[in-house]
Design a protein around this ligand. Sequence first.
Ligand code: AMP
Length: 180
Amino acid sequence: MIIVFLGSPGVGKGTQAGLLCAAKGWRHVSTGELLRSAVERGTVLGDRVRTYLDDGKLVPDDLMLALVEETVGGDAQGVVLDGFPRTQVQAEGLDAMLGRHGKGVDRVILLSAAEEEVVRRMLARGRDDDSPDTVRTRLAVYHRETEPLVEYYRSRGLLNEVDGVGEIPAIHRRVMAALS
Ligand code: AMP
């Protein structure tokens, strides 16, 4: 199974992807976490992507596709992609990559919440890239680059929208129900 979590920054993709993977024994691949860890470790990749993360901008597609190919590769048994794809180019690249291994995206979970709510959550969690300016940039980038993927996946019959507002266990039950 290859599952994609789609939704605005701050909507709870990381939390819900983690719970889903714990329940199913799948692998949680968060591109944001991979990038933050590369920055912290000061790897070559980390040095190349640091300013994008600090500014809330998207890391270039070619770097992201290479990172995901390297991480997921051909042996994607049960994988939950959290924070990838984020652009049309990434979505098409992912389809091509999986297609080479006779696979494809099986389901897309769109987590939704009102914008005031995701802003509140991001400012509350206090990650380095959660300053008010960066939050504004990340939301604008989401609307411009990532939101079109909702239609990309809906038109392929892969999309399930899940209400991302409420208690974490309740949202998890909705995610499980959407996949059953
Ligand atoms: P996240 O933890 O998913 O909110 O990602 C944090 C930051 O990592 C984003 O603001 C981007 O700078 C970068 N990032 C994560 N995933 C991607 C992606 N698929 N494409 C481009 N940049 C990404």
